[in-house]
Design a protein around this ligand. Structure first.
Ligand code: CA2
Length: 149
């Protein structure tokens, strides 16, 4: 079914390094592999998807502001910003559409400083710990949410 739904997939700091280090935590897939998998899932749901990665919180905030008039939904892996970047949380809170937080690893099973998310309270839900499947599940969560609201 064709739907005029545009999803913005945001990726935070250091995620550009995926596939180069710590494969035991993050797997061997590169960020582009994750984006390709998410894009395929979006196309299958009749959506379009644009992806952005930035190591700068202010750049991500600017992208979220732009998304207010350009996108229906946001999927965000905020990287380490998850745990303390209230500017990103506030910007997401000002976005009217659904926000899904995704993580490749499961922060709850890692160091205690990763157990807090300042993004979770402004998201419809969080997907974590499913490796490359996390991004696909994020797209499917948006499709399910929009179909049932
Ligand atoms: O599991 C996730 O997706 C995280 O958002 C990844 C972040 C981490 O700070 C969050 O707690 C959980 C870190 C991404 C850094 O990725 C790297 C990959 C390869 C080499 C170095 C960093």
């Amino acid at each position: 079914m064709a739907r005029a739904i545009k999803i913005l997939l945001l990726n935070g700091p250091n995620l550009n390094l995926l596939g180069t280090r710590e494969p035991e935590i993050y797997g061997k897939a590169t960020l582009q592999d994750h984006i390709d998998a998410a894009t395929q899932a979006a196309v299958a749901a009749g959506f379009t998807l644009d992806a952005v990665q930035s190591n700068s919180a202010s750049e991500l905030v600017d992208k979220i502001h732009e998304a207010r008039t350009k996108y229906s939904a946001i999927i965000i892996n905020p990287g380490a910003f998850t745990h303390y970047a209230w500017s990103i949380s506030d910007a997401l809170n000002a976005f009217d559409g659904p926000v899904v937080e995704v993580h490749i690893s499961n922060p709850q099973s890692r160091e205690s400083w990763r157990h807090t998310s300042v993004v979770a309270p402004v998201a419809i839900g969080t997907i974590a710990g499913f490796g490359q499947q996390s991004y696909v599940l994020g797209v499917q969560a948006i499709a399910h949410y929009l179909d049932n609201k």
